[in-house]
Design a protein around this ligand. Structure first.
Ligand code: HEM
Ligand code: HEM
Length: 166
């Protein structure tokens, strides 16, 4: 990723993974408490608080990283018209996650709060799809760029080429 230190991509992947796993761990409690589903397991009280705190903190770090991506990575990719679809989808989904997180905090337990939690959960669970798409395309493009091209005028003038021609 041009314009960023090597650790940035690793930190980005780590933050995405942590927010995703902690979000998945919080999901059963959401389904039981907000949607009255009968599930065999959910995080116990203290575990839920610690996981929710870690989830929220990592989510905020991820949003700081989105700011860093906006100022260089997203604008450069957008200008070059590369990976616009998956990149913009990712950016919009992260903003939706941030907006629905605010509603989870302040809209309470009624329809608005539960609706926000559902949007948050569905967007969160599907985030890996555009990310995977974005990542695979980036890797493919960088592999293609790394393959040395066939020389356009293959060794026409070298001694061995002339010997072969004779
Ligand atoms: C308008 C939005 C975006 C555009 C146009 C865009 C464009 C690109 C392009 C062209 C590449 C391949 C070249 C490169 O590595 O710079 C790439 C790679 C990548 N992008 Fe994006 N991107 C966008 C948003 C995002 C967002 C929001 C994230 C993170 C959530 C992200 C994460 C990545 C990662 C992890 C790579 C792979 C880097 C690597 O191979 O080391 N991008 N993107
Ligand atoms: C930018 C990314 C994200 C941010 C900023 C974010 C932020 C938050 C915040 C602040 C909360 C409230 C924590 C609390 O209950 O005290 C929350 C709850 C939650 N998040 Fe996320 N989150 C993000 C991504 C995700 C992802 C990827 C998933 C799913 C895999 C997810 C699933 C959940 C669930 C299930 C809850 C509990 C909702 C409830 O209270 O019923 N989040 N998130």
């Amino acid at each position: 990723m041009k314009g960023y230190p090597a650790w940035f991509v690793r930190a980005l992947l780590g933050a995405l993974l942590l927010v995703f796993v902690s979000g998945c761990l919080l999901a059963p409690t959401t389904l039981v408490m907000r949607f009255e589903m009968a599930l065999a397991w959910r995080l116990p009280g203290a575990g839920r608080v610690v996981t929710a705190a870690m989830h929220a903190a990592t989510g905020f770090v991820l949003l700081m990283m989105l700011g860093a991506l906006w100022s260089v990575h997203m604008r450069a990719g957008w200008r070059k018209r590369r990976q616009r679809g998956s990149g913009a989808t990712l950016g919009i989904m992260l903003l939706l996650l941030a907006a629905s997180a605010v509603a989870i905090y302040y809209a309470g337990e009624d329809a608005l709060g539960s609706g926000a939690a559902l949007v948050h959960l569905v967007v969160g669970l599907t985030l890996l799809l555009p990310f995977g798409w974005h990542w695979v395309h980036a890797r493919r493009a960088s592999r293609k760029a790394a393959v040395p091209r066939e020389p356009a005028f293959a060794a026409v003038n070298t001694v061995s080429a002339r010997a072969e021609a004779n």
